[in-house]
Design a protein around this ligand. Structure first.
Ligand code: COA
Ligand code: ZN
Length: 307
């Protein structure tokens, strides 16, 4: 089995858009269950304006508790600007992710900057983070389509991915923010992106709005990508990108990968425990396409054990 790496973004991308307020302790418990399932890295929260995203207002309280709650887990936090980096560093974060959208309008809606300014601010934030000794990721968001401007030009995505790589981003995360990509496009975009960024530094971040998340991940696997974002239970969606559904579910991705010869080091039984907990917190049914099947398999296995 070849190894793949999954960053579970449920605690940030998954929760940021939820109407039910989730307490800091509950976020920690969700992260603890992810770690118990074998997840090796998560995006834990974001240091953004609490007015923009009230659900992430507790970032400075959450981060210091991660070291004891989930020792050894790699925890990244999203920061939109230098103020976010300062707050993240003060809280003890060891890894940050900047978020650059590939269109003018999406940057304005998301972080109130134009594309040129957002690019410069992302570069400055990456540079400052590296001076502080932090690990870094850089999102290139709306890398397929923008909810405001339509199809995103590939040249632009490649140009920005290259700039983020040259600015020292440890991982460049190509994000299908609204979940509009299809496998053929993933293949075509990755052929061009691989020329700009070494494939082992590329990660793919798919949303499952149209049920193509797993197919898109497969196209990326075939194109040589081994790093993925996913969200347990398929929770998620950007409040500033209308029409976006949740991320591809971690359990769906892990299952597909395992049956295709790729090991994520994550137990699907452990993920079910995390989905159960998230359901109780958010008070609604969650889970990707495979959750019912996975639960049934676990039941069957338990019945066999108890005879
Ligand atoms: N964290 C917390 N507060 C922040 C901040 C950050 N990273 N950056 C700026 N602020 C504060 C400023 O200090 C200022 O506070 P004040 O009103 O008390 O003086 C206020 O926000 C406005 O500052 P300004 O620089 O004018 O920001 P803005 O209003 O243009 O908003 C962002 C810019 C980036 C802070 C805001 O758009 C944002 O938080 N976006 C995040 C969106 C997001 O999370 N999207 C989903 C993930 S991709
Ligand atoms: Zn996302």
């Amino acid at each position: 089995m070849e190894r793949i790496h999954i960053t579970d973004v449920a605690p940030r991308d998954g929760l940021q858009n939820q109407r039910v307020p989730v307490l800091t302790g509950a976020k920690l418990e969700l992260i603890r269950r992810l770690a118990a399932a074998g997840v090796q890295s998560v995006e834990a929260t974001s240091f953004v304006s609490p007015k923009a995203v009230p659900q992430m207002a507790d970032a400075a309280a959450l981060v210091p508790q991660l070291k004891t709650a989930v020792p050894g887990l790699r925890c990244s936090v999203l920061v939109p600007n230098l103020k976010g980096l300062e707050r993240a560093h003060a809280a003890g974060a060891e890894e940050i992710a900047v978020v650059l959208s590939a269109t003018e309008t999406m940057n304005r809606r998301n972080i109130n900057m134009g594309l040129a300014e957002a690019t410069e601010v992302s570069e400055q934030t990456l540079a400052a983070a590296q001076r502080l000794g932090l690990r870094t990721r850089a999102y290139v968001a709306v890398a397929f389509d923008c909810p405001f401007e339509g199809a995103t030009p590939l040249d632009e995505v490649v140009r920005l991915a290259r700039r983020m790589h040259e600015a020292g981003a440890g991982e460049v995360v190509i994000a299908d923010t609204i979940g509009s990509a299809a496998p053929g496009q993933v293949k075509a975009r990755l052929a061009a992106l691989r020329e700009a960024v070494p494939v082992d530094r590329l990660a793919m971040h798919f949303h499952d709005t149209r049920g193509m998340g797993v197919a898109n991940a497969w196209a990326a696997l075939e194109a040589g990508v081994r790093r993925f974002d996913a969200s347990v239970g398929g929770i998620g969606g950007c409040p500033f990108a209308p029409g976006a559904a949740g991320n591809v579910a971690t359990e769906d991705l892990v299952l597909m990968a395992a049956q295709s010869g790729f090991d994520a080091g994550i137990s699907t039984d452990g993920l079910i425990d995390a989905v159960d907990y998230a359901e109780a917190q958010l008070q609604r049914p969650l889970g990707g396409r495979s959750i019912t099947w996975l639960r049934r398999q676990r039941e069957k296995a338990r019945e066999t054990q108890t005879g």
